[in-house]
Write a protein that binds this ligand. Sequence first.
Ligand code: RFL
Length: 403
Amino acid sequence: MTEGQQLPAVDGVADVVVLGAGPAGLVLANLLLARGIDCVVLERADRDSLRARARAGFLAANTVRILERHGLADGLLRRGHTHSTCEFRTEDGRFRLDYSTLGQGEPHTVYPQQDLVADLLTYYQAAGGRIRFGTEATAVLDADGDDPSVSVRTAEGRPGRWRARYVAGCDGRHGAGRRSLPGHAVRRFHRDHRVTWLGLLAEAPPSLDAVGYAVHERGFAGHMARTSEITRYYVQCERGTPADAWSQERIWDELDLRMRAKEYGPLRRGRIVQRTVVDLESDVLEPLRHGALFLAGDAASLISPSAAKGANLAVLEAELLARALIDDLTRGDSIGVESYSARCLDHIWRAQEFSHWMVELLHGASGGDGDAHFLNSMRRSRMASLRTSRSQQDWFAERYVGV
Ligand code: RFL
């Protein structure tokens, strides 16, 4: 029986308790373990459902460099593929940008997030890392006091407590890390973009050799390759639409219409195997630290998936946090822990700004916005600048791949 399959230990102690085994938590835990830091990962889900959760796919070149630097990139270098073109389809025609040749642009690596998570778990457990599946953190206690700890509940309902010197809240937007922050210590800045996407995974090969962004009077549609057999699509829908409201046929018909398949070529249809309703929202917490508790990844900032930044920010923040904690725990150098929040927030706000720009590029008036013509004309002009202005394209390329 391997470490991860044991019945969860309910109580314990570690120098760093990491909440959540997503990209942020697992990159952090791998980096800490490699430097001999005593850590444990507490993960609410079981191992199989963790490895099956499909989300991101586009990894920025900087993310790949971070993973390579720490010997965590073998899988994605072997099985991922590079990608560097996006195609925009609008009422004014279509155009392509090869962003790897523009400005400071670089290609993306397409590699499903669940495969990255599976690789990171394998590395961590092979190196002897401790992880407790089926263990939900319920609260971080005494974060700014002398005896920080995490209260937990196992899948069987047994309560327990992990004592820690530091707690890394990498448990996403609804996790215990965020929930445990006192209102007086941290502020949350939230933006609802008033746009909703139905996120789909189709058992179908990609239909174009580019990321496809289609702007249509019926709403946005998007196409993103995942593997040679699986493609992610997005269709904008009304807020409140249930995930199963549309039949498979209606989904494909909408995608055909919005992506203008009649003009630009048919989409390869296949079974829709996953549907997720995503309300496009963003938020940022400031600061990202409260005493012994640090936030990283979606726990620190939620970013709309319009520019595919979330997993990339998670990896970047995990590396910064690992460095800070290693310096503090091995050398007593606290500069990194003191500056962690400010350094991350600089990256986060820049990613938020671009993501916000993308939301406005890809959507016309929605959600009851009053002056639809004004907003749609702004959107159309923004797209026209991107189509015609080389300096705008250079700016786009740099922001599109950067974190
Ligand atoms: P995760 O991946 O959500 O992992 C958090 C983990 O914490 C566990 N957990 C708890 N464990 C213990 N106690 C608790 N109380 C817990 N509460 C939660 C969860 O089970 C989970 O295992 O967060 P992390 O590590 O911060 O990573 C963030 C990314 O997952 C996220 O930003 C991206 O998926 C966003 N995103 C994309 N990002 C990209 O960079 N490129 C993309 O192409 C991209 N596509 C996407 C996306 C997000 C999407 N959705 C579903 C919003 C496409 C979609 C549809």
